[in-house]
Design a binder for this molecule. Structure first.
Ligand SMILES: NC(=O)C1=CN([C@@H]2O[C@H](COP(=O)(O)OP(=O)(O)OC[C@H]3O[C@@H](n4cnc5c(N)ncnc54)[C@H](O)[C@@H]3O)[C@@H](O)[C@H]2O)C=CC1
Ligand SMILES: O=C(O)[C@@H]1CCC=N1
Length: 274
């Protein structure tokens, strides 16, 4: 029988994961999601056919896995609310919250719990997620396997041995879809500025991004070689790449990902000391 999974918080990240799980065949009747407002939950019930609950405690009573998917800033009060019920059953805890250390979550929930910290991303919704996972020492091999299966149902799952490596995962996977969406916006605007209708520019830019990602994934050649294959000497691409290099695009990505990882550490410091 499928494990009963309860998502505490049913926002962007939770719905991307359970939406992707259902899409890949996970039984919807084994999934429960919570939110304080039933107005918010009603469309999720009709769209996904999952169970919903406005009461977090009731929602975890029979759960084998509890996925904590609320904002990091309210996690402590949510844990305080759940602590007693969680301690009565001791389900596997999976947190997707940015920054929050496993040890802090375990402490907020009363201790002696198997906790997996997961840093997923929203393309999970279309089965193309990329997630990093870290297990505390209480997580059993079976629980690790279960978490791997759940996350692989919605994309790539990579385990890390050192919890601080999740900061890097946040920088290049958790937050990174937004970087690409920014690039799509910029390419659409560029196409429009150069004379294409906006809808056509968007289709061309998105298909090109999709094609480049598919090609890089299936090719034996490095991204650098694939890039060179597009750059005819003295041609158009060479000019464009030169402008991007001269503008310091590589360094900008290093700075942006440093800022992202730094913010994850700050959040751990701010929230973990409570
Ligand atoms: N959005 C993203 O791309 C990613 C988000 N995350 C993490 O996922 C977590 C959730 O983020 P999002 O889904 O983006 O936020 P969101 O705001 O879309 O979802 C949070 C949900 O929590 C619900 N909520 C608020 N108070 C609650 C309570 N007391 N009990 C139960 N539910 C409550 C809200 O109704 C909302 O639906 C955060 O901790 C974030 O760090 C991690 C990776 C990627
Ligand atoms: O921006 C955030 O804090 C969350 C975590 C990773 C993606 N979104």
């Amino acid at each position: 029988m499928a494990s009963q999974i309860t998502f505490i918080g049913a926002g962007n990240m939770a719905s991307a994961i359970f939406g992707g799980m259902i899409e890949s065949g996970y039984p919807r009747e084994a999934i429960t999601a919570t939110s304080p407002s039933d107005e918010f939950l009603a469309p999720l019930r009709s769209r996904y056919g999952i169970h919903t609950q406005t009461d977090n405690r009731t929602a975890v009573v029979n759960a084998d896995v509890v996925v904590l998917a609320v904002k990091p800033q309210i996690m402590q009060s949510v844990c305080a609310e759940l602590c007693e019920t969680i301690q009565a059953r001791k389900p596997l805890i999976v947190s997707v919250a940015a920054g929050l250390p496993a040890e802090t979550l375990e402490r907020w929930l009363g201790g002696d719990l198997a906790v997996i910290r997961c840093m997923p991303n929203t393309p999970a919704l279309v089965g193309a997620g990329a997630a990093g996972l870290f297990a505390n020492p209480r997580v059993t091999t079976d629980q690790r396997e279960l978490a791997t299966q759940l996350m692989q149902a919605v994309g790539l799952a990579e385990w890390v041995d050192d919890e601080t490596q999740l900061e890097a995962v946040t920088a290049i996977a958790g937050s990174a879809p937004a970087y690409f969406f920014l690039i799509f916006e910029a390419l659409e605007a560029a196409g429009t500025r150069l004379g294409l209708p906006a809808d056509s520019a968007r289709r061309l830019a998105l298909q090109t991004a999709y094609g480049a990602a598919c090609m890089a994934q299936h090719s034996d050649q490095s991204p650098d070689q694939l890039k060179r294959n597009v750059m005819s000497p003295g041609g158009t691409t060479e000019r464009a790449i030169q402008v991007l290099e001269d503008a310091g695009l590589r360094q900008t990505f290093l700075d942006a990902t440093d800022a992202c990882a730094k913010r994850a550490r700050e959040m751990a410091d701010e929230l973990g000391k409570r």
